[in-house]
Design a protein around this ligand. Structure first.
Ligand code: LLP
Length: 415
């Protein structure tokens, strides 16, 4: 028997020499994605959730190479927009869940057309408002439907990603039975219920909220007058961003999820995004300036909030490590690692103990595989970084090319 892959990969587990070489070859800022680690994460999820159905929430990382890895490893795709559905189909997924959040009409047009053109793809549209049902009827959508439920209980690493109790998402719990009846009366196949507590479930409180959500959803599924194929209780599995944080006990979470759901005639499912890709990615960045100030040493790097938004947006912690080959011989300083964007929020890390940084040092930033490249922007007219992919057997290739200055004005045409 082969051993289970390690539960997580820490930043310290990456080979500094290999990362330095990648920075030299492909320039920085650079996202590095290890498809071998993506496969390990999928394997760990499948082992823990052996009786459940596991989908990948593609929003965490939609790079084609990643989607192909995840598809090949046997998960299906949960998508939040027509663009994500299209990418999932292009990458070869044959089972696609489209969770429509206040869907723009173009998204519905696109997804309905795709459903008609590709009857071989198992597509389910999950609706969170009765207006979406009307809009689908108008478009003669004939495929299966599921209901996005607002379970009234949420969890997550930050208020901005706590979903289950946010009125924006899903049909209020008490109105689900009526909507279910209406869906069936309109001649649709109602195949599932779906809810999502939030993102970055980690501590005891989060897990308690997750259990409560699952229990509520189990009750709802049992009370409904309709047979369902699936009950999806969302994603949200957290990863340790801080080196001192423990990894989630996946077996325990799976067990708790199973227990809380109770006896079901439907298949229980989860749809993690972050867990599949976070520790499979690092962001490499080069030091441009080192400035002593009365408060701290400000280390200016070439990645910023446009490269990795999470610190600015959620005060998220990402581990930062110097890859300097003589790092062990340097004394340590307390530093602020700041990007090149003209915004005070453009700080990737504060109060970090780092081997005294020098210009041209390369830093690695951990857990950058989830919601990293995906949330990058071109604010301050900064081209987005490149993404290189390690295929898990030693081959490296460019998965997404670096944007150029001329890409920035491409859509303005000739003026
Ligand atoms: N399912 C649904 C319906 C979702 O809305 C989400 C995430 C997921 C699954 C996947 O959640 P995960 O397993 O990745 O936690 N940009 C934020 C995270 C936003 C998540 C939004 N929805 C961050 O960087 O923390």
């Amino acid at each position: 028997t082969t051993e289970d892959p390690p539960p997580i990969r820490r930043l310290a587990d990456w080979d500094p020499a290999q990362l330095r070489d990648l920075a030299a070859e492909y320039d920085t800022p650079l996202y590095v994605l290890d498809q071998g680690r993506v496969r390990e994460n999928v394997a760990n999820l499948q082992t823990a959730f052996h009786d459940e159905h596991v989908s990948y929430a593609v929003k965490a990382n939609t790079v084609r190479r990643t989607l192909e890895t995840v598809e090949d490893a046997g998960l299906d795709a949960e998508c939040a927009s027509a663009g994500e559905v299209q990418r999932a189909v292009d990458a070869g997924f044959s089972t696609v869940r489209y969770t429509a959040v206040n869907p723009p009409s173009e998204d519905l047009d696109h997804v309905v057309a795709l459903h008609e053109a590709h009857p071989e793809i198992d597509l389910v549209v999950t609706i969170g408002a009765v207006d979406t049902l009307d809009a689908l009827v108008e478009r003669d959508y004939a495929g299966p439907l599921a209901i996005r439920v607002n379970p009234g209980v949420g969890a997550g690493h930050h208020a901005k990603v706590t979903t289950g109790d946010a009125p924006k998402f899903g049909v209020p719990y008490d109105r689900v039975p009526d909507l279910a009846d209406e869906i069936v009366e309109r001649g649709y196949d109602l195949v599932g219920l779906h809810a999502h507590a939030g993102s970055g479930i980690h501590g005891e409180d989060d897990l308690a909220a997750h259990r409560e959500l699952v229990a509520r959803m189990g009750d709802l599924a049992r009370d409904l007058d309709h047979d369902l194929d699936f009950l999806n209780v969302g994603g949200g599995l957290g990863v340790p961003y801080h080196p001192e944080q423990d990894p989630l006990d996946l077996d325990a979470v799976a067990e708790a999820t199973r227990d809380a759901a109770g006896d079901l005639d439907a298949q229980l499912g989860i749809e993690p995004g972050r867990y599949v890709v976070a520790d499979a990615g690092v962001l490499l960045t080069t030091v441009n300036t080192v400035k002593p100030t009365p408060e701290t040493t400000v280390v200016g790097v070439d990645a910023g909030m446009t490269t990795l938004l999470r610190p600015a947006m959620y005060d998220a912690y990402h581990e930062i490590r110097s890859l300097a080959d003589d790092a062990d011989d340097r004394d340590e300083v307390t530093a602020m690692v700041a990007g090149p964007i003209c915004e005070t929020a453009d700080v990737l890390g504060r109060d970090r103990r780092l081997p005294r940084p020098e210009c041209r040092d390369v830093f690695a930033i951990g857990n950058a595989g989830a919601y990293g490249y995906e949330m990058a922007s071109t604010y301050n007219s900064r081209p987005r970084p490149a993404v290189v992919s390690l295929d898990g057997t030693g081959e490296t290739s460019v998965a997404v090319e670096r944007e150029t200055l001329s890409d920035l004005t491409r859509l303005e045409g000739q003026q």
